[in-house]
Write a protein that binds this ligand. Structure first.
Ligand SMILES: Nc1nc2c(c(=O)[nH]1)N[C@H]1C(S)=C(S)[C@@H](COP(=O)(O)O)O[C@H]1N2
Ligand SMILES: [Mo]
Length: 335
C-alpha cells in the first residue's frame, strides 16, 4: 500500500492467459483417495468428484499447525478450479502492518501473537450482544473449506483454501436491530506483542467495515483456518474476515470486536488516505488507484518478473454472486 515506485500497467493479457490453467492441488489428494493406485488414477476423472461425500475437504493439510477439519462448502462461488497458491508463499508474503510493512515481516515477527486465549466481543445495535470465547466461535457452525481468490489492492493475488463459515451465521445469533446498517471490525492492537503498532503508518487499531447486507452475504467468510489447519499467526490468527470480492485490506485479521452501527464506520486505510482507499473497495479493473492501474494482477507463485500479468475481473470474479448488492450505485463514486 505504501508503494512509491510507479506500478507498471503492462499490456492486457490474452484471454488464454486468464483462463484457469490447472486444477487445484486438492485434486491430487482426491485422485489418491479415489483410486488408491496409479492405474486407477489414470482412469479417475474430475467428474469423479461427485463420488465423494459432500463433506470431504479437498486440500491436504501441510502438517505445520493444528488440523482444522472442514467439509467442502456448498455456497455458490465458494470453489474455484484455479491452482491453489503454495502454502509457503501464502504464509511468507503477507500484509499485516501490526508486524511491519515488509511482506516478509509478518512471517518473521508474528510468533509473538498469542491466538489463545481469545475472545471476540459482539456489540452495538443487536438484541443479543455477547462476548464469544474462541472455542464457542469455532463450534458455532460447521467449518467449511472455501477456495477463494484474494486480490490485494497492490496488484497481486493468491488462491487460498480457507476454513471457516459464513459471517451471517454469527450475525443471526446476535439479532441485529432494524437500525443496524453497518458492521465494524476491530482488530488487536497490542503494542507489547506487535512491533508495528508503535509506528505511525496507521491509526491503530486496524479497523474495517462492511454494509450489513455485505456482511450477511454467504460468501463473506469468518475464517479460522487455511489449508486444513488453524490460521498461521501471520495470516490473522485466530480469526479473520475474508471478503473475496473486495481488495485484500477489507479482510481484517485477528479480530477482537464486531460492532453493529447505523453509520458508515471509519476504516484504517480510508483514514490513512481517503482518496486512495474508499469504504467499498470492491475489486474493480475500471477504477484505477490514483497511483497505479488496477486492470491487471500478478498471481503470487507464477514465475517471478517475467510471468504475464492476469486481467483483473470485476468484483474479483464474484460478480454473479455479489453484483446485485450494488445495483444502481455509481461504483466510480463509491469506490
Ligand atoms: N489487522 C490487519 N488486517 C489486515 C492487514 C493488516 O495490515 N492488519 N492487511 C490487509 C491486507 S492489505 C491484505 S492484502 C490481507 C492479506 O492477507 P494474507 O496475508 O493472509 O494474504 O490482509 C488484510 N488484513
Ligand atoms: Mo492488501
Amino acid at each position: 500500500m505504501l508503494i512509491h515506485t510507479r506500478h507498471d500497467p503492462e499490456s492486457t493479457p490474452a484471454a488464454s492467459e486468464i483462463t484457469p490453467r490447472g486444477m487445484y492441488d486438492g485434486r491430487r489428494a482426491l485422485l489418491r483417495q479415489l483410486a488408491g493406485g496409479t492405474a486407477g488414477a489414470a482412469l479417475a476423472t474430475w467428474a469423479g468428484r461427485s463420488a465423494l461425500a459432500a463433506d470431504t475437504a479437498l486440500v491436504t493439510p501441510p502438517g505445520k499447525l493444528a488440523a482444522l477439519p472442514a467439509r467442502r462448502s456448498a455456497v455458490t462461488g465458494a470453489m474455484t478450479m484455479e491452482k491453489v497458491t503454495d502454502y509457503a508463499d501464502a504464509t511468507t508474503y503477507n500484509n499485516f502492518y501490526e508486524f511491519g510493512t515488509d511482506k516478509s515481516d509478518p512471517a518473521r515477527y508474528a510468533a509473538t501473537l498469542k491466538p489463545r486465549p481469545w475472545t471476540v466481543a459482539v456489540e452495538g445495535l443487536v438484541n443479543k450482544p455477547r462476548t464469544f470465547d474462541l472455542d464457542e466461535l469455532l463450534k458455532l457452525s460447521p467449518q467449511e473449506e472455501r477456495i477463494y481468490r484474494l486480490r490485494c489492492v497492490e496488484g497481486w493475488s493468491m488462491v487460498i483454501p480457507w476454513v471457516g463459515y459464513s459471517l451471517a451465521e454469527l450475525i443471526k445469533r446476535v439479532e441485529p436491530q432494524g437500525s443496524a446498517k453497518y458492521v465494524e471490525f476491530v482488530t488487536l492492537a497490542d503494542k507489547a506483542r506487535m512491533p508495528g503498532v508503535g509506528s505511525r503508518v496507521l491509526d491503530w487499531p486496524y479497523t474495517e467495515g462492511l454494509r450489513l447486507d455485505e456482511a450477511m452475504h454467504p460468501l463473506t467468510l469468518l475464517a479460522f483456518g487455511m489449508y486444513g489447519e488453524v490460521l498461521p499467526n501471520q495470516n490473522g490468527a485466530p480469526v479473520r474476515l475474508v471478503v473475496p470480492w473486495k481488495y485484500g485490506f477489507k479482510s481484517a485479521k485477528s479480530i477482537v470486536k464486531i460492532r453493529f452501527t447505523d453509520k458508515e464506520p471509519g476504516t484504517a486505510w480510508n483514514k490513512a488516505a481517503k482518496n486512495e482507499y474508499g469504504f467499498y473497495s470492491n475489486v474493480n479493473p475500471d477504477v484505477d488507484h490514483p497511483r497505479w492501474s488496477q486492470a491487471t494482477e500478478r498471481r503470487i507463485g507464477e514465475g517471478g518478473l517475467f510471468a504475464k500479468r492476469r486481467k483483473t475481473l470485476p468484483f474479483n470474479g464474484y460478480e454473479a454472486q455479489v453484483g446485485q448488492l450494488y445495483a444502481g450505485m455509481d461504483l466510480k463514486k463509491f469506490f
